[in-house]
Write a protein that binds this ligand. Structure first.
Ligand SMILES: Cc1cc2nc3c(=O)[nH]c(=O)nc-3n(C[C@H](O)[C@H](O)[C@H](O)COP(=O)(O)OP(=O)(O)OC[C@H]3O[C@@H](n4cnc5c(N)ncnc54)[C@H](O)[C@@H]3O)c2cc1C
Length: 398
């Protein structure tokens, strides 16, 4: 049976980062990475619409779930450290106005290449097309599928989201078999499914909005109306707050920078300015035309023919609707469409300073398999890289 010092299960962002950090910490130790897809890091290629938003300058202060657990990794391996980590492999980055980090090449493939070439340079051994389905520990040695052994194991299998990219949830049973608990799992950073009666004519319409859920949670940014509900960055961010079993009302503020008074003045002024204007054009200076029409219909129950029919009272109703266009939330799209998994291995059973299990010595976990998640903007890869590096360093040191 081939024996390794450190075995890493999963060659995604966190697994590759763990492998690099382990080898850099202890070059003499043997490190193997087991990946059930035919190639390593497939998901990285799909990130950031093929551009890979690999981190965020504000990740160390971002509101992750289980933030207090995540803090240590994100402080030790903060944005500066992440930039240096990639520069040490020859990959340079740039930040956009919101602190989102991208490779200077603007292609996700160059991020994956940097990671895998560094692994190869350091002598990490890859086993692709190799699914790990059982890990047993006997006399302090881990046995993988009855075929390989390792002194240390790092579980970096990701969650259940986007299974086409390898993360099919098969990492959870590996941890469960060691007595670890898994908190409830749900798709997140995923599109919202709503009642569509009010938005039937809006497919493809984009707007800038603030979204609020009646059960708690809000998000601001671009939204995209679809034939099933709402997509766009703000909708994806809000999905982290959706409780699958609770009915909720989604309120869309289409003029987040206006108060109701200012919105009413704008609507009434537009009506007064051109009384002969068709009402479908009335809100054209505030929101896209089709959305304006839907808002007026929802506010007044019908679409008046021309602007001269808009009274001050109607203008107020329209303004209130612009500030609070509501839809009934039915849920979210599935794990197949989700960027991340909400929930995961209970972080109370892991040491935040090392990523090692508190109950099974020399068993580590990192990345999305743990119950830590962040908003869109590079925060999830930042967590994957930081926690992977922390696990890799500690597995190689201890
Ligand atoms: C379309 C899309 C776009 C995204 N864009 C961004 C973005 O721009 N910025 C950002 O921060 N985040 C983004 N994310 C989220 C981010 O990709 C993940 O949070 C991150 O990849 C998690 O890293 P990980 O290593 O924990 O898991 P994964 O990247 O999922 O890697 C897990 C690996 O383990 C392998 N594996 C699983 N089970 C087994 C097993 N039993 N045996 C062997 N191998 C196994 C899988 O095949 C996979 O390669 C995006 C996600 C998606 C789906």
């Amino acid at each position: 049976m081939k024996a390794y010092d450190i075995a890493i299960i999963g060659a995604g962002a966190s697994g590759l980062a763990a492998a690099i950090e382990a080898k850099r910490t202890a070059p003499q130790k043997s490190v193997a990475v087991f990946e059930h897809l035919p190639r390593v890091g497939k998901k990285i290629l799909a990130t950031g619409n093929g551009r890979c938003n690999l981190g965020n300058l504000n990740a160390d202060t971002h509101a992750y779930t289980n933030r207090s657990f995540a803090r240590h990794a994100l402080t030790e391996y903060n944005a500066e450290s992440l930039i240096d980590f990639f520069e040490s492999m020859g990959l340079f980055t740039r930040a956009d106005g919101e602190g989102r980090l991208y490779p200077l090449s603007n292609t996700a493939a160059s991020v994956l290449d940097a990671l895998r070439f560094e692994c190869e340079r350091l002598g990490v051994q890859f086993f692709c097309d190799y699914k790990v389905s059982t890990i047993k520990k006997t006399n302090s040695i881990f046995n993988i599928n009855g075929e390989y052994s390792a002194k240390k194991i790092i579980i970096a299998c990701g969650g259940k989201s986007s299974p086409a990219q390898g993360s099919d949830g098969s990492g959870y049973p590996l941890l469960k078999n060691f007595g670890h608990s898994i908190t409830p799992l749900a798709p997140a950073l995923v599109q919202l499914v709503t009642d569509t009666a009010k938005i039937k004519a809006l497919k493809g319409v984009r707007a800038s909005a603030k979204l609020t859920l009646s059960t708690g949670g809000e998000a601001k940014g671009e939204i995209l109306f679809t034939d099933y509900g709402i997509s766009g960055i703000a909708a994806m961010d809000l999905s982290r707050f959706v409780c699958p079993d609770k009915k909720a009302i989604l309120t869309i503020d289409l003029l987040p920078d206006f108060d109701v008074k200012k919105a009413k003045s704008a609507v009434f002024a537009a009506a007064k300015h051109n009384p002969g204007l068709g009402c479908e054009y009335l809100l054209g200076g505030l929101v896209p035309k089709a959305l304006g029409t839907a808002v007026i219909k929802s506010a007044l129950g019908f679409l008046p023919k021309t602007a001269k029919e808009i009274s001050e009272e109607s203008a107020k109703k329209i303004a209130l609707e612009l500030k609070g266009f509501t839809l009934t939330l039915k849920g979210t799209k599935s794990f197949n469409d989700a960027q991340i998994t909400k929930g995961g291995a209970d972080v109370r059973q892991f040491d935040a300073h090392t990523m090692m299990s508190k109950t099974v010595a020399n068993l580590y976990a990192c990345g999305e398999i743990l119950d830590v998640d962040g908003a869109c903007g590079g925060f999830n890869l930042a967590w994957a890289f930081a926690s992977g590096r922390l696990a890799g360093k500690n597995a190689a040191t201890a």
